[in-house]
Design a protein. Sequence first.
Length: 191
Amino acid sequence: MSRVRLSPAQMDDLSQLAYSLGAVGSKTRKKFAALVKEANPERFNRSFPDVSMEEKFEERDRRLAEKEHQATVAALQRKQEDARAELAKRYSDDHIKGIEKRMEALGISDYNAGAILYAHENPGSDPTLTPPKHNQQRSGSTWEFPTMQGADGKDIPFKEFAADPKKYANDTAYRMIDQFRNGLGSGGFGR
């Protein structure tokens, strides 16, 4: 770029402008320093050491924040993988894919919440609610529902129990409490 001849008044005006733009504490100092750095890096280092140092600190802080962010992301990924591994102990791959599809649709990342929602929306799909598979030692064994008793203490048919399980559970609880109070249960419960 060719040098331009300026009058003393123009030089004074431009030097005052440059001084005010680059003054310590001014809002424009950093932007002005960036222009000087682009035009003349050597002069930038001499005239703006504070801005240079501030840029170095900002870069260091940015790198530290990035490292911290990466560590947080890695920890969250490990937590997700652990939660998925826990589900894999109870659910098949097809169930887990269904759970993950539901989680994605709802925008959640909690595998346990996803499993609960999936099981609620797909009754009968929760393997934790089904009896375990027969093992070799018990081949041929069958599951039978235990006999329930009504409020009068007499056995009731399963269909009657299934019609209102809460009623019969409450009857059983009250009957057990009465037994404890009458001294038929553990000695610690009698009066």
